[in-house]
Design a protein around this ligand. Structure first.
Ligand code: ADP
Length: 432
């Protein structure tokens, strides 16, 4: 009989019967002594087993678990089963964790888990070479103290993780792309991807384009120089004149293409460039107006709304090139006699340059792609108006280097708005 309740019941029943029997046959006193004696023995046996259980609980080794007798046998047997099951599931869990750690260490990406206070909870092996995080030593340390990088800290604090960021580090892996994913209760997963090879290939490509353009520029300058010195008016033969004009047109186009390629590789290059010159708005727009007048030849009504009460920090040459590029595009893609608006103002401490045209506009599906190199919506129109397909790519890169952005809004047959938004720390207010 293993049920403790029945055991106890039978014990007391037997004790009662024994007491009554001795009481009747011998005497009440003897019956009471025997009853008390057996109760004391009963309590002592239970106390011994309780003591054994208590001793075992302080060092619960399954091999040393007592067997027990009576009701205690059932209790110890249940404890034995429970410990065995737990041991098994603990073993399974440990195997799973070991496998997970092995797999995560084999990953080529650096992975770090941080808690709500940005303290390191876990990291894989690769995190050491990427972030300099030691999975054991740096546990519970704030990630910003171990991986010291202002761009990363700003990215972490901003809590806008839609886009990854590219960071140059001083660790073994120099170029990493970092992505942060929030999960669970305010925990975050930081994933670092090694992009050193991509960056290296990209810089080789840029260097090649830059060198190639440089090499082409010299012979081309000589050829265009000769063509320009030839006096077209002396050529009377019609087919020869046609050939001459075509040569002139194509060499000019090639020159423009090489100039744009050189400008683009110059902007993209990681060479340190001064982008903190004070650009005087008045001087800048006087120059732009003069140049645009020559380009447009009064074909459009160009309205300038310029606020001269502020200047910006930037590269003079690049900013002039970006602004001029957007205005010449508006001229090229807007039918004659239509209006073009050019605005330069500060809105909420943000300098904004805006070109609004009432031209042919751009279909929505092309808008995301027009800043790609050589992407043109209408190839023929672009080429016939002297386009190289690089203009917007140059503008976009100039804005990236100035920590600003290029925004495009457009509707076919209605017109387009190109906006260049500069960060507020590039703003210089002029005291009146
Ligand atoms: P392109 O030399 O061909 O003009 P860009 O890089 O300057 O090269 O522009 C890319 C493409 O974007 C153009 O080919 C044109 O289709 C479109 N585009 C640029 N600006 C405008 C505009 N203001 N209106 C309509 N389409 C435009």
């Amino acid at each position: 009989m293993k049920d403790i309740r029945w055991n106890t019941f039978w014990f007391f029943l037997i004790q009662l019967c024994l007491y009554l029997f001795i009481y009747k046959i011998i005497s009440g006193e003897i019956a009471l002594i025997i009853l008390c004696g057996s109760l004391i023995i009963y309590i002592l046996i239970n106390a011994i087993w309780m003591h054994k259980l208590n001793t075992w609980l302080s060092k619960p080794l399954i091999e040393e678990l007592p067997q027990g007798t009576g009701g205690w046998e059932s209790i110890f047997s249940k404890i034995y089963q429970d410990v065995r099951t737990r041991r098994k599931s603990k073993k399974n869990l440990a195997t799973t964790i070991d496998q997970f750690i092995l797999a995560s260490d084999a990953l080529l990406d650096g992975v770090i888990v941080i808690n709500e206070s940005n303290e390191i909870a876990w990291a894989n092996k690769r995190a050491k070479t990427m972030f300099g995080v030691d999975s054991i030593k740096d546990k519970t340390q704030p990630i910003q103290y171990i991986f010291r990088n202002t761009e990363f800290t700003a990215y972490l604090d901003a809590e806008e993780y839609d886009q990854p960021i590219h960071i140059k580090t001083k660790n073994i892996i120099e170029d990493i792309e970092i992505r942060i994913i929030s999960f669970g209760k305010l925990q975050k997963l930081i994933i670092g991807k090694d992009i050193s090879v991509i960056i290296k290939n990209e810089s080789i490509r840029k260097e090649f384009v830059s060198n190639f353009s440089h090499e082409l520029k010299t012979p081309l300058t000589v050829i265009t120089g000769f063509i320009e010195t030839l006096d077209a008016s002396l050529i009377t033969d019609k087919p020869t004149k046609q050939i001459f004009n075509l040569m002139m047109e194509q060499s000019t186009r090639m020159k423009r293409l090489i100039d744009d390629l050189l400008l683009l590789s110059n902007v993209e290059s990681s060479l340190i460039k001064n982008r903190s010159e004070e650009i005087n708005s008045k001087k800048l727009f006087e120059k732009i107006k003069k140049n645009i007048k020559l380009v447009d030849k009064e074909r459009h009504k160009i309205i300038y709304k310029i606020n001269y009460q502020f200047n910006i920090y930037g590269s003079k040459q690049e900013i002039e090139s970006a602004f001029t590029n957007l205005i010449t595009n508006a001229i090229r893609y807007t039918p004659d006699d239509k209006m073009i608006y050019i605005n330069w103002n500060v809105i909420n401490h943000t300098p904004i340059f805006e070109v609004i045209d009432l031209g042919i506009g751009i279909e929505k599906k092309h808008i995301n792609r027009i800043t790609e190199r050589f992407y043109r919506v209408d190839d023929h129109r672009s080429r016939s108006t002297g386009g190289t397909g690089l203009g917007l790519s140059i503008v976009k890169n100039i804005m990236i280097k100035h920590q600003g952005e290029l925004n495009v809004l457009s509707e076919p047959n209605k017109g387009s708005t190109f906006k260049l938004i500069f960060p507020s720390d590039r703003l210089i207010k002029i005291d009146k």
